[in-house]
Design a protein around this ligand. Structure first.
Ligand SMILES: C[S@@+](CC[C@H](N)C(=O)[O-])C[C@H]1O[C@@H](n2cnc3c(N)ncnc32)[C@H](O)[C@@H]1O
Length: 280
């Protein structure tokens, strides 16, 4: 049941505006293999520090959700297994949905590498998936998925519908300063908060509107990239605002070389782990 509210924050329009700036694939034309390499980078990065992002998320959930070891979990948007791998090591079963064949291939490799056998993979679109075919799960979770969603309320309703106990959203909060600095250089205009606020903000407001008592914990994690990976990472953002061709790529590269003498880029980020009990 949702609460009756006389005054509401206009999440829908704000989300629509922010999403319209981020929508679609970034335009990157300097390398035909760009998206394949970006996906490989992603799969390699999530394993750093023994799956630090996923491992720390799971530690928090395990500490706070009763009966966690025995849970059947639905994960929406698994990617290469950032959360899926540590999650599967700590619960009874994970059903993971992802639309991308490339990311699913990485997930399969990573499951094999970790000898994990309790994950069922569904290569489908969460937007059109038949939710009636599932039994209810103990936990429905998505990690770093909010930016993929057009209608946040519908997404959260679907998550709640499929859960008999808990739902959880895990979302990185904050963007590296280097991306903002390069945005200003390449687009030749001041950064006006284009990459903010982060999506956890919206989840919290919607769920509180619904009267859900959302628990939140934050943790720190570290990401390391080499020069080529950092160029691709930055290009994937800049490409949303301007085509990254060979010339723009060189500009990004030169800027990055100035920033790091040893060709390593190490960033500390924060992640929000949110969870709540579904109303039954
Ligand atoms: C940013 S990645 C996050 C991956 C992983 N959960 C993590 O925390 O790193 C988002 C993932 O959602 C998947 N995705 C996007 N839209 C989707 C949809 N409509 N249905 C299912 N998966 C989707 C993408 O393919 C991608 O693997």
């Amino acid at each position: 049941m949702k609460r009756m509210l006389k005054y509401r924050i206009n999440i829908k329009d704000t989300w629509k505006k922010i999403k319209s700036e981020r929508k679609g694939k970034p335009k990157v034309t300097y390398d035909n293999e760009f998206f394949k390499k970006l996906s490989d980078d992603f799969s390699n990065r999530i394993k750093q520090r023994n799956y630090e992002y996923g491992r720390k998320s799971v530690e928090i959930l395990k500490e706070n959700l009763e009966g966690f070891d025995n849970f059947n979990v639905l994960e929406v948007g698994t990617g290469p297994g950032t959360l899926t791998i540590p999650l599967a090591k700590n619960v009874k079963k994970v059903v993971g949905v992802d639309i991308s064949k490339m990311n699913i291939e990485h997930l399969k490799e990573n499951l094999k590498e970790n000898n994990i056998k309790n994950v069922e993979i569904i290569n489908e679109d969460w937007d059109s998936i038949d939710i009636g075919r599932f039994d209810k799960f103990d936990l429905v979770v998505c990690s770093h998925f909010f930016w993929m969603v057009d209608d946040l309320e519908k997404h959260l309703e679907k998550m709640e519908y499929l859960s008999k106990k808990y739902c959880s959203i895990i979302q990185p909060c904050g963007r590296d300063n280097i991306v903002k600095e390069i945005y200003e250089k390449i687009l030749d205009k001041p950064y006006m908060g284009e990459f903010e606020p982060d999506a956890d903000y919206f989840a919290y407001v919607i769920l509180r509107e619904w009267g859900r008592l959302v628990e939140v914990r934050y943790f720190d994690y570290t990401i390391e990239r080499n020069l080529e990976e950092e160029i691709r990472y930055v290009a994937s953002f800049i490409g949303r605002f301007k085509e990254v061709d060979e010339k723009v790529k060189e500009k990004i590269k030169n800027y990055l070389i100035e920033k790091s003498e040893d060709g390593k880029f190490i960033v500390n980020n924060k992640v929000a782990v949110m969870w709540w009990e579904c109303e039954r």
